[in-house]
Design a binder for this molecule. Sequence first.
Ligand code: B12
Ligand code: SF4
Ligand code: SF4
Length: 408
Amino acid sequence: MSAGYKAMTQLSVHPFDHEISQTELKQRLVSFAHEIGFDPCRVTACGFAPHAHEFRNWLGEGGHGEMSYMERGEEKRCDPQKVLPGARSIVVLAMNYFQGGHQGGGTPAATGRIARYAWGDDYHDLIQSKLDNIDEFLREFGGQQKCYVDTGPVLERDHAAEAGTGWHGKSTMLINERLGTWFFLAEVLTTLELPPDEPVPDRCGTCERCIKACPTGAITAPHRLDARRCISYLTIELKGSIPLALRPLIGDRIFGCDDCLAACPWNRFAQVSRETAFLARPQTAGVPLRDYLSLSDEEFRLLFRNSPIKRIKRRGFLRNVCVALGNVGDSSDLAALERAAADLEPLIAEHAKWAIQQIRSRHGISPSIGKKTGLIQNAPRSIESETVPRRIQNCYERDFVCKSQTSD
Ligand code: B12
Ligand code: SF4
Ligand code: SF4
């Protein structure tokens, strides 16, 4: 049980000893949610998703690409009663992850870009444990709950818009006038009836900056996103080969994409999150792209322990690194790419060969140069290529030292 929860229950009159009004229960819930790190916490009645029709059209057009879980959960996503029969309310929670500034170290072209949401620890684990606290809190008042963050069969943005957590931006991002777009959503479906909040007005106006900023044209019209073109989908969800035509448009992005978020003027008001777990990890700050290519499976797991990046495994991550190098790399990256072209994982090898071709044609390097001189195949590992494993070791050694010091 969290310290926050204990404090709240000590203050509260037990529900079975003393009836409290729905309004009072909601007030206590909101302050408890705030205390454990959520902001805002709002409520909507548990009804059919207002844009279920648009969601079904999106599936019908194949806008979800290979995300078959979206189809499997179709009925439940449209009707939350199918998720928790008898649910009366949906508590919508938001958690700010804005870190301020830019990812530390190096120039973006040399190091690759990772979407903000993945700079630090995995939000699923962190938020799920806080949702367990909310569940525990509501159980005290006789509620039965189902809690979700991202992975559940719920159209999260639809219910969040109903609760007034924000409005549906043209980028499809939910926008909150105080937080901008840099926040995660989570929902608690509950059998308790709580007073609903009001939706907020759409404040996009005539702006279309997100649509113009999208490098791949994935936002095909306001509120419509073709995931098959979205860099976030291509670098995270897609398991196989990245379509050739889209590779050059990915630029130096190696995990996710923030362009339509960064372009949104509502992010001018974003405040830095009070949750430090989302801060960028020192292990990956300023790592030259080519150095990632020397990671073994074990080193990859260590480097991205508790990070959202671990999900795509070494094969997916190195595939993305090859694409980024193909777009922004130069002749100094060829040696590392030649080694990756011989990787036992065919997905990595294929993307590395593509990257080599891109660099050669961009810099006018003849394919015979490396072969004749042996400069490329036999090139020693660059000094930097040793730094990733060393960084990992240093980090965990430091971690270990710090932990043992604090436990003294
Ligand atoms: C599948 C998915 C993806 C896919 C598809 C995204 C998409 N737009 O559909 C991909 C992999 C591309 C993706 C990318 C990202 N995702 Co995502 N994703 C999801 C997931 C699992 C489902 C989304 C979904 O249902 N899509 C189906 C389409 C039809 O729904 P939708 O795009 O949300 O559209 C809604 C509105 O646009 C509205 N609508 C439709 N038509 C119309 C018309 C009008 C006029 C209006 C007003 C509204 C409207 O209704 C739809 C249903 O609610 C949710 C979690 C969840 N369970 O909901 C997270 C989620 C949406 N993702 C999230 C994040 C953070 C991201 C990224 C920023 C990550 C990154 N940096 O790389 C990008 C942002 C890309 C973008 N512009 O959306 C957050 C968004 C938080 C927020 N503030 O909005 C969520 C909610 C996860 C979470 N729990 O925090 N994601
Ligand atoms: S996340 Fe990137 S690729 Fe996807 S819609 Fe937004 S700007 Fe386009
Ligand atoms: S960039 Fe403009 S149109 Fe796009 S979501 Fe933000 S305010 Fe709306």
